[in-house]
Design a protein around this ligand. Sequence first.
Ligand code: NAG
Ligand code: NAG
Ligand code: NAG
Ligand code: NAG
Ligand code: NAG
Ligand code: NAG
Length: 338
Amino acid sequence: MKLVTICLLWLAILVGHSAAQEDTEDEIIKFRDFKRRHRKTYSGALEKVHFRRWKRRKAIIDQHNLNQRNSFILGDNGHADLSEEEWDTYLLGLTLPKGLINKEEVVDVLAAGNVTNRQTSGLSLDLRSNPCMPPVKIQSPCGGCWAFIATTAVEYQTCAASNRTRTPLILSEQQLIDCSASYGTKGCNGGFYSQAWDYIMAIGGQASNASYPYRAAVGTCNFIKDVTPVAGKLSRYSSLARNETAILLAMQRGPIAVSIATNTRFVLYRSGIFDDDACKNGTINHGVMLVGYGTANGTDYWIVRNSWGTSWGMGGYIFMKRNVNACRLAEYAFLATV
Ligand SMILES: *[C@@H]1O[C@H](CO)[C@@H](O)[C@H](O)[C@H]1NC(C)=O
Ligand SMILES: *[C@@H]1O[C@H](CO)[C@@H](O)[C@H](O)[C@H]1NC(C)=O
Ligand SMILES: *[C@@H]1O[C@H](CO)[C@@H](O)[C@H](O)[C@H]1NC(C)=O
Ligand SMILES: *[C@@H]1O[C@H](CO)[C@@H](O)[C@H](O)[C@H]1NC(C)=O
Ligand SMILES: *[C@@H]1O[C@H](CO)[C@@H](O)[C@H](O)[C@H]1NC(C)=O
Ligand SMILES: *[C@@H]1O[C@H](CO)[C@@H](O)[C@H](O)[C@H]1NC(C)=O
């Protein structure tokens, strides 16, 4: 009896030891590669903290990628060693305004087409290659996604409406972050794209990034109405029906701003068509831009632009499954035009 107890105890120690998961040579090499790829350096004890987090995420990534049924794959991008609090603070920043009513104004677009959801399968549009689409930007470390969404719309629409040689405009998110607080935005602590557009329409336009550069932190407003040169303008915006066919039709006029619920797999996304049940019931916390659509391997998808640089996803973009309200993307869709 005593022997059995001792044996069991010994077994328990063995199991407990392997569960503590020592760092393998392979993990150490892969973490070194991760640091090199993303130019990460840590001081002192922080190295271990980041290594632990990266290891936890790498396990999620490897397990996900092993499952052949998943329509997308994950990767240890530059966010894989950050805490979830850091993701919230540095990468997101979408706050739905209180009492926001989805007015569903763009009924004319829907009526014009008589297109059913099924009929949109096989159609395609890709504004990534449009000469008016600016390069993908980096909001981090600032919870100001709302300013990046708002700006992409103004950049695209101003360029598309002009008769100049088509080169993308690069406008100032910083102006929105510093100056639009009275419209409900909170700098790097969240906001909503329509609040930024309300400000832009009231103040007369948006300065260029060159004249009002991005600083990833809130500061004093440096834009003076009728004095500071304006490089982009907007005249109206509409909220769209919660209907992905309506959104697709509205996109013939330009990219569509949407709000989504993100999760760990979204942050670690690398490629493929993102289709994740877990984010369907999530809290809306991020803003992104729909810039195209298509069908691949029998699945309809949206082409979605993020503001996390080109090393995230596919050159800064993600494909998200269409017609399933993926991550709630159809709920707060807006189109802005000049
Ligand atoms: C759309 O459908 C309605 C009702 O069926 C019809 O009256 C209208 O002419 C159609 N519009 C177009 C553009 O096909
Ligand atoms: C969206 O609108 C299209 C076109 O009017 C319609 O066929 C479809 O049923 C609508 N979808 C939903 C989910 O309401
Ligand atoms: C662009 O050119 C077209 C055709 O030449 C003209 O009708 C239109 O008014 C011009 N738009 C602007 C903004 O100058
Ligand atoms: C905007 O300005 C900042 C600060 O000068 C710069 O670092 C950044 O690259 C600019 N953005 C773009 C897209 O050019
Ligand atoms: C379609 O399937 C092929 C083969 O599995 C894959 O390589 C490709 O990435 C898929 N396309 C998309 C958009 O996921
Ligand atoms: C989301 O919520 C609905 C209704 O509460 C529930 O039926 C569904 O199972 C939930 N889905 C997930 C993925 O949690």
